[in-house]
Write a protein that binds this ligand. Structure first.
Ligand SMILES: [Zn+2]
Length: 256
């Protein structure tokens, strides 16, 4: 090819040559956690003090949330996952229909509006049905029990006619923070100055430690109690019996 032919060829393809070559951007992330509409996502943690296998959780959530298809479940950290839905409406419907469980353990659900952070997990909002026992019948009103529920957590709004279903005890859905110990009872004073202790029963709370009151483990698995038990061994043997009394359950077994 001589110089002229070469120039002709260049002119002929000049248009093509001037086109910038496409440079596809490669997504090097392991998941779609970087490019998500966060408003369609929930941060999910099973309230249990051990790791949960992603596959088992994914299968369980697909079944539980069959009316609101789960688009993906991505691992966020060792203990929590990001669940992504088709729409904000689907995400909110799942959230509003709490409580949800994995096996027998409740789920803490956090609505995301941006990328998840570890700080978000300092609060673990869990909705449970709470029964209120020991309320005198004259105080078993919707308004009265609503105020008691506010001493326990954030009651989930419900029609006041619900109170008609109550007889021996009252029952409301309450959002609790599973990062704090559950309460096993509340003390109130009625308008006629009568003091009353109301005992709380948390339905389907999973494991609850009767020593520290936290959900997610039982008393024999309690880190605080086991640490204290180890400490006792460093004291003289004659003190053991007195010190061991501190290891007795502090919460009533009616809690769950
Ligand atoms: Zn404990």
């Amino acid at each position: 090819m001589d110089t002229n032919q070469f120039n002709d060829l260049i002119n002929q393809f000049s248009d093509l040559l001037s086109q910038p070559e496409p440079t596809p951007q490669l997504d090097l992330q392991d998941s779609d956690l970087t490019s998500t509409d966060w408003n369609t996502c929930l941060l999910v943690k099973v309230v249990i003090d051990r790791r949960i296998g992603k596959q088992a959780l994914h299968i369980s959530l697909i079944k539980s949330w069959k009316d609101y298809p789960l688009l993906s479940l991505q691992k966020f950290n060792r203990y929590s996952y990001v669940a992504r839905f088709n729409s904000i409406e689907d995400r909110d419907a799942v959230y509003n229909q709490s409580p949800w469980h994995f096996n027998h353990d409740p789920l803490a659900l956090i609505k995301l509006n941006g990328p998840p952070t570890v700080d978000l997990l300092k609060q673990l909002p869990v909705v449970l049905w709470v029964q209120f026992h020991g309320i005198p019948s004259r105080a078993l009103t919707f308004q009265g029990v609503w105020k008691m529920a506010k001493l326990v957590g954030t009651p989930v709004p419900v029609h006041p006619d619900t109170a008609r279903l109550w007889s021996v005890f009252a029952r409301l859905k309450v959002q609790l923070n599973a990062a704090n110990p559950l309460k096993d009872k509340i003390k109130i004073t009625l308008p006629d100055n009568q003091p009353v202790t109301v005992f709380l029963y948390h339905e389907k709370a999973g494991k609850v430690c009767l020593y520290c009151g936290l959900m997610g483990h039982e008393i024999y698995e309690c880190m605080d109690r086991n640490k204290y038990m180890a400490l006792i061994q460093s004291y003289p043997a004659e003190l053991h019996q007195i010190l061991m009394q501190k290891l007795d359950p502090k919460f009533g077994p009616w809690i769950y």
